[in-house]
Write a protein that binds this ligand. Structure first.
Ligand SMILES: *Cc1c(COP(=O)(O)O)cnc(C)c1O
Length: 391
């Protein structure tokens, strides 16, 4: 560390050298990220509320009110009038909270010690962290031919030790929506906690259904659903870090409560102690700014781009892994290995990602990708095929 203080000008000049090494969403070359450029208003608000600490809410009553209101606003499009929950750092922390609630509840109510959680093979790796940190045993369920969880297999794997079932509404790799309605029935029949991970799909499925897409239901209108993860920092246009966890009832928070001496609150249910208020307020602001209509338009645009890309890829001889349900396209070329294609694309300036199951190039059609970017991307793919003498 430098001994003498540095001038602001010098610090900023230094930082500029590093900032240019970062990718910029607005160039339209980031094709594999579930995050996107945050809205300018949300960024401004984030900055204005940087001092607010939700870990000590009595000192920041305004920010605390806004967190409660934004959770209610999210609940309003997930069919729950009186949700309990928090704006947290992301889908990972939201999932950790849900698993902690389910585990503690099962311990209190059913005396379950060797907690098992049933997850689809497509579940996000954050559940592996939950397994490790919360001492759970994950039971991984196979997927059907559409890469959705196999319902029969979920039922067969229920046991005396099951503390939760997890369904995904918008899988990370392929954007598929598990049959949550069926999972809800199983959860009710067996009195098991059902958590829906809608980190990615939560900010698009409800809005797509508003405008006539007929996507399967996944929200609190299904009686078996106990909690939902939904990430404002993905399709919600909020700045990172903003994840949402919503619980149907207060008891799920209560089983996680820890006394919080020295602070203005009596107890804390979140994992994090000192906690940024800025993400909650920025999320509040962007949701007001977008309104239901704005999110409908955004989700629709992303789907229009998704369909355009999916159709164009097929015409170019690429094979889609599955027909996209949300704004993710995964594809391969029968004559090029996935890793090779990913590498060549990267050499050409396109930042794509690969799915692991099945292995494929994975494009997430976020709002920063527009039609002309896709035209350029398709041109690159054509050049790659030509250079490899493939057509
Ligand atoms: C992105 C994602 C997560 C993890 O969210 P982070 O914000 O990266 O912590 C969890 N579940 C699903 C389905 C996701 O797509």
């Amino acid at each position: 560390m430098n001994k003498e203080p540095l001038e602001e000008k010098e610090i900023l000049k230094n930082l500029a050298k590093y900032k240019i090494k970062d990718s910029d969403y607005s160039h339209g070359r980031i094709l594999g990220s579930m995050c996107t450029k945050a809205d300018p208003l949300a960024k401004k608000v984030f900055h204005d509320f940087l001092d607010a600490n939700l870990g000590d809410p009595g000192l920041f009553k305004g920010t605390q009110f806004l967190e409660e209101e934004v959770i209610r606003d999210i609940g309003s499009f997930l069919s729950l009038n009186n949700p309990y929950g928090n704006i947290v750092t992301g889908g990972t922390e939201a999932n950790l909270m849900a698993m902690r609630a389910a585990r503690n509840l099962a311990k209190n109510e059913k005396n379950i010690i060797n907690s098992e959680v049933i997850i689809p093979k497509s579940a996000h790796f954050s559940f592996k962290k939950a397994e490790d940190m919360l001492n759970l045993k994950l039971i991984e369920i196979d997927l059907d031919e559409n890469y959705k969880v196999n319902i029969d297999s979920v039922e067969e794997n229920l046991s005396q030790n099951t503390v939760a079932i997890v369904g995904v509404a918008g899988t990370t790799e392929l954007g598929m929506i598990d049959p949550i309605e069926d999972l809800s029935k199983i959860a009710i029949d067996n009195e098991v906690y059902l958590h829906v991970d809608a980190a990615f799909g939560g900010f698009s499925i409800p809005f797509l259904n508003d405008i006539g897409y007929k996507l399967p239901n996944f929200d609190f209108s299904l009686e078996g659903v106990s909690s939902i993860t939904v990430d404002p920092h993905k399709m919600g246009l909020a700045p990172i870090p903003s994840g949402g966890i919503l619980f149907r009832e207060k008891k799920y928070l209560d089983v996680m409560a820890v006394e919080s001496p020295y602070l203005t609150s009596k107890e804390q249910c979140t994992i994090v102690g000192t906690r940024l208020g800025a993400p909650a307020v920025a999320t509040w602001a962007i949701m007001k700014h977008m309104g239901r209509k704005g999110y409908c338009e955004l989700a629709d645009e992303c789907m229009i781009n998704t369909r355009f890309l999916a159709d164009a890829l097929k015409k170019e001889g690429f094979e889609l892994v599955t027909s996209p349900e949300l704004n993710i396209v995964a594809f391969n070329h029968p004559k090029i290995a996935t890793d090779d294609l990913a590498q060549i694309l990267e050499d050409n300036g396109w930042m794509v990602s690969s799915s692991s199951y099945p292995k494929a190039i994975r494009i997430v059609l976020m709002g920063h990708i527009n039609h002309s970017h896709l035209i350029e991307f398709l041109a690159t793919l054509r050049e790659i095929k030509n250079s490899l003498n493939i057509n």
